[in-house]
Design a protein around this ligand. Structure first.
Ligand code: ADP
Ligand code: UDP
Length: 238
């Protein structure tokens, strides 16, 4: 697989074409951002750690029956994926109140939800990823009814699959964000699942093991990601 042209530079990954039209390479950089790009840093080894964690989680989801774009990890910081026509909404599931839900509803961070909460956001940094609902997605034709249903169902399924995976590693899956794209007439899970896009708390101490360490200047960001990888049994060497 040959790396072709740079297609897109995101906040944390660069996306390259390849010699196959339906394949892309995701290059995981050390760049870290928060608050829609307002806070930036480079964190040594973050790209490599996220590429390893993402490979492990995508593989686990595939084996549990979720269609993903993931094909293979080809270097410390690169993975090959199926090219998708990405849907510009972010799908969030929450098991414990944190982050924007806590602010929006004035509910204390750490409140355990009896049932998961599902939310859509528009993927648009300039607008600070506003909270939206099904009706906006339909009215502006960002996705069809069937796609809206599929995104919600698949995101909740991913939660059912990953909650026990993390629980067995002594970690609470607090919340996470997924992005989906079209692969022909099917939806597939795209982008990444890493501590950059979810909240993970130590089950005993509720210490943060995710990007909130960066957002809130808690330090040891990549060390926490490495701890997550170690507990999950993600291979840390080739
Ligand atoms: P952002 O765009 O939010 O800054 P990243 O730095 O992670 O995020 O950039 C990766 C970009 O690649 C995202 O815009 C994501 O939607 C897109 N992407 C992820 N997977 C695929 C895929 N399989 N096909 C096409 N685009 C993808
Ligand atoms: N999230 C993300 N990208 C975004 C927005 C949110 O990966 O652009 C993740 C975030 O890391 C958390 C979950 O989605 O795990 C819910 O985020 P929230 O709405 O609480 O927003 P935040 O306050 O973290 O910006």
């Amino acid at each position: 697989m040959k790396k072709g042209d740079l297609l897109y530079t995101g906040k944390a990954k660069s996306v390259y074409t390849t010699d196959q039209a339906d394949r892309l390479i995701l290059h995981f950089r050390n760049d870290t951002s928060a608050f829609d790009g307002a806070k930036l840093a480079k964190l040594d080894r973050k790209g490599e750690m996220n590429n390893r964690i993402n490979t492990f989680i995508m593989g686990h989801l595939e084996s549990a029956g979720i269609a993903t774009h993931f094909i293979e990890r080809i270097s410390a910081v690169d993975s090959v994926v199926k090219r998708l026509d990405m849907i510009k909404v972010e799908c969030v599931v929450r098991n414990i109140v944190a982050g924007s839900l806590s602010k929006r509803l004035g509910i204390e961070e750490g409140f355990d939800l009896d049932q998961p909460v599902f939310e859509f956001f528009l993927k648009d940094d300039a607008l600070h990823d506003p909270f939206i609902n099904d009706s906006h997605i339909r009215a502006f034709s960002w996705a069809s009814d069937a796609e809206i249903d599929a995104m919600r169902t698949l995101t909740l399924q991913v939660n059912d699959i990953l909650k026990p995976l993390f629980a067995n590693a002594g970690i609470l899956l607090v919340d996470f964000k997924l992005e989906f794209g079209r692969d022909g007439d099917q939806l597939a899970l795209g982008d990444e699942f890493t501590p950059d896009g979810c909240r993970l708390w130590d089950a005993k101490t509720r210490n943060k093991l995710d990007k909130d360490r960066f957002r809130r200047d808690l330090g040891d960001v990549v060390e926490a990601y490495e701890e997550v990888a170690r507990r999950l049994g993600v291979p840390l060497q080739d």
